[in-house]
Ligand binder design. Structure first.
Ligand SMILES: CC(=O)SCCNC(=O)CCNC(=O)[C@H](O)C(C)(C)COP(=O)(O)OP(=O)(O)OC[C@H]1O[C@@H](n2cnc3c(N)ncnc32)[C@H](O)[C@@H]1OP(=O)(O)O
Ligand SMILES: O=C([O-])CC(=O)C(=O)O
Length: 449
């Protein structure tokens, strides 16, 4: 196993300056340092290679949901079809080695992941703690919103009432200043997501219960867990930390991140841009799949009992497929191997006896042993392997967060890390309005003749 120092030396991310002085460099100060080099990189690319060809556009790309088309700038993460996601060059195991956990915890936390995504640097422990405190200090909901909503995406959109970017834009600011107001909005939004998401959970599932105050000494997700009412459930809190860090970003083309990027490209503020992403996440082919998986596995368990055999699972899979439905949690738009996020969550389960004993976790594992073979034989999907959703919800259920219609909200807390990161960078780099050219079927036929 590589040591933290060797891993950092090998990693393409830069080592923070934390060892040099006792002053803790803030997230904004760190960004102020790293943005000019990126701006220069983009300028050079534009000046020297604007006309370079990086691929062909085929008819299959146009009619196939732009699959595989290299058509978007996204710096924080890159998804390799075979090995899965890397965040600024770091794989999930790399991140697990170098990103600071919460005090008393072992799993990656949202703060250290956000820092890495935004700055390309691994934060020090002191930097992560400082960011946790900033979130806790900024995380209370404004009073007007507390009474307002049960709808997650609308609630995020309603926060635009307080957008600093929008207010500054109306006053008239220089383009070079956009990113700082965008960053302030993004930090305020991330800080409030736990209270917002927990308020919705309480309103819907535990009406009449008040949210406890934010604990200024807890990390973002430690506070989220406490606000949900699971603060004394250390296992669930640690799972939420890992879950939320790992779901944070998945390069730019996935439906939620791309939606935030598209809406943000009109200079809509971060609240509106991210609320739009949440609507994309709510589709069953995307974020909703994690609750679909649990529903499907529970139906399997209800029909077959807890002592199921591989053959019975095989039969159930065929029944799903012959019913014209997709197997939730399997397949992917890019990946062609088991999702390393799925593997990381399975490893979390393997390390905990209570999860190993859970009949639902056992069923997920057994399904994984059978489903790829069935999907290969079925012959349609390009990727017969599990994605992250194949397991994520089942652990939440085991640890007592049983309201599975809520699971996509948790995913939505997480995806903010990556989608908002790129809004800051889109403004720092002055990226333009996204506006691809569409073609009619007739026009395509004319072009290919
Ligand atoms: C966090 C995330 O968003 S991860 C994805 C979560 N979504 C799911 O788990 C839902 C189940 N999976 C799917 O529906 C798909 O695999 C997707 C949406 C994720 C990817 O879709 P695509 O890139 O179009 O997949 P692909 O090119 O392999 O599809 C080819 C065919 O296989 C089918 N297929 C793909 N995955 C599956 C599956 N899990 N079960 C059955 N059929 C499948 C597609 O529906 C498609 O059928 P069609 O030709 O009749 O339209
Ligand atoms: O990359 C994708 O298209 C879907 C996915 O796994 C994610 O957004 O996390």
């Amino acid at each position: 196993m590589l040591s933290r120092a060797r891993l950092l030396a090998r990693a393409p991310v830069s080592v923070p300056k934390r060892f040099a002085s006792t002053k803790v460099t803030s997230l904004k100060e760190t960004l102020q340092e790293v943005i000019p080099a990126k701006q220069e990189q983009l300028k050079k690319l534009k000046a020297e290679h604007s006309q370079s060809v990086v691929g062909d556009i085929k008819v299959e790309n146009i009619i196939g949901g732009m699959r595989g088309l290299k058509a978007m700038l996204w710096d924080a993460s890159v998804l390799d079809p075979n090995e899965g996601i890397r965040f600024h060059g770091l794989s999930i195991p790399d991140c697990q080695k170098v990103l600071p956990p919460a005090p008393g915890g072992k799993e990656i936390i949202a703060e250290s992941m956000l820092w890495l995504l935004l700055t390309g640097q691994v934060p020090s422990e002191a930097q992560t703690r400082q960011l946790s405190r900033e979130f806790a200090e900024k995380g209370d909901l404004p009073p007007f919103l507390e009474k307002l909503v049960d709808s997650w995406a609308w609630a995020v959109a309603a926060l635009n009432h307080e957008s600093l970017f929008q207010a500054a834009y109306e006053k008239g600011i220089k383009k070079s200043e956009y990113w700082t107001y965008t960053l302030d909005d993004c930090i305020n939004l991330i800080a409030r997501l736990p209270a917002l998401a927990a308020r919705i959970y309480r309103n819907v599932y535990k009406p009449g219960t008040a949210l406890p105050p934010l604990n200024k000494d807890l990390d973002l997700i430690g506070n989220y867990s406490a606000l949900l009412g699971f603060g004394d459930n250390h296992n669930l809190t640690e799972y939420l930390r890992l879950y939320i860090a790992l779901h944070g970003d998945h390069e730019g083309g996935n439906a939620s991140a791309h939606t935030a990027h598209l809406v943000g490209s009109t200079l809509s503020d971060p609240y509106l841009s991210y609320s739009a992403a949440l609507f994309a996440l709510a589709g069953p082919l995307h974020g909703l799949a994690n609750q679909e998986v649990l529903r499907w596995q529970m139906a399997m368990q209800a029909e077959l009992g807890t002592e199921v055999t591989h053959d019975q699972i095989k039969e159930y899979l065929w029944k799903t497929l012959k019913g014209g439905q997709v197997v939730p949690g399997y397949g992917h738009g890019v990946l062609r191997n088991p999702d390393p996020r799925f593997i990381a969550l399975q490893e979390f389960c393997d390390a905990r006896p209570e999860l190993l004993e859970s009949s639902m976790i056992q069923l997920v594992k057994k399904t994984y042993e059978v489903a790829p073979g069935v999907l290969k034989e079925h012959g349609k999907t390009k990727n017969p392997f599990p994605n992250v959703d194949a397991t994520s919800g089942c652990v939440l259920h085991h640890y007592g967060l049983t309201e599975f219609k809520y699971y996509t909200v948790i995913f939505g807390v997480s995806r903010a890390l990556g989608a908002l990161t790129q809004l800051v960078w889109a403004r720092a780099l002055g990226l333009p309005l996204e506006r691809p050219k569409s073609l009619s079927l007739d026009a395509i036929e004319k072009l290919v003749k």
